[in-house]
Design a protein around this ligand. Structure first.
Ligand code: NI
Length: 255
């Protein structure tokens, strides 16, 4: 069993060959893929994929990059989408102070609103945090987000902060960068945090792990991240695959 807890099959990067990507997922017996929305259109696509493929589930939400596209109307549409079958989370939402593609004030406002939506609908949230560690944590606390399940997607913070998140009840998801040569900080995180609190993901089409770094990423490559976790923790690959998949199923509430 293997669960890619974060991919964007809804990305335009798969517009021309999604069937091939799907075929490779099915041939590799990748058990589950969470297709994660980043704006309204991609969230609609994710919900469609979840309806079409038995192994696919969806998260709906607006990425901080696209905060500038948000308004009340769109928020209402997200709420409708979130109630559809196989929609298991609100995400990805959060703050991105690295690219700053939307005004920070706007990012923070729609981040809060989407946390509130998740709490209202009792859905888990998937967090994007790039160079905004302080503000993400204070907003999560202020909004009482830890009353629902919180997933720190593509975790990139320090070991100390990882431990703090786990104490608050959050789950951390590890992506392809853990396979990179300069991944010292992330390796420390994986060493320090019990496997019970970890998931694996691709964030495909981005963040392709070694040995395919530089190519377009896709969900089947999640196994390289799981292999790296096994190596770092000194346990069997099968154990990492099974445990992280069980964690993901429990996190998202998949039977
Ligand atoms: Ni993503």
């Amino acid at each position: 069993m293997l669960f890619d807890s974060h991919a964007h099959l809804n990305s335009e990067k798969y517009a021309n060959d999604l069937d091939e990507v799907v075929k490779r997922i099915e041939e590799a017996s990748l058990s589950y893929v969470m297709d994660v929305g980043f704006d309204l259109e991609s969230s609609v696509l994710a919900v469609g994929h979840a309806q079409k493929y038995p192994w696919c589930y969806a998260a709906v939400g607006c990425h901080p990059h696209d905060a500038k596209s948000m308004d009340e109307n769109t928020m209402t549409m997200f709420k409708g989408l979130a109630k559809k079958p196989k929609v298991m989370a609100i995400g990805e939402i959060g703050l991105d102070y690295f690219y700053d593609r939307s005004e920070r004030e706007e990012q923070r406002y729609w981040f809060r609103r989407q946390i509130q939506l998740a709490l209202e609908l009792k859905l888990p949230i998937i967090i994007h945090d790039r160079d905004a560690h302080g503000d993400v944590l204070s907003i999560l606390k202020e909004e009482g987000a830890f009353a629902t399940k919180v997933l720190m997607h593509c975790y990139s913070g320090s070991k100390e902060q990882a431990e703090q998140y786990v104490k608050l009840g959050a789950t951390l998801s590890v992506a392809g960068p853990v396979t990179f040569k300069n991944a010292h900080k992330l390796v420390e995180v994986v060493q320090a945090i019990s496997i019970e609190h970890l998931l694996v993901e691709t964030d495909a089409p981005y963040l392709t792990p070694e040995p395919f770094r530089g190519k377009r990423n896709e969900p089947v490559f999640v196994k390289y991240t799981a292999e790296k976790l096994a190596e770092i923790k000194g346990i069997l690959y099968e154990e990492v695959a099974t445990k992280t998949a069980e964690n993901a199923k429990r996190f998202f509430g998949i039977e």
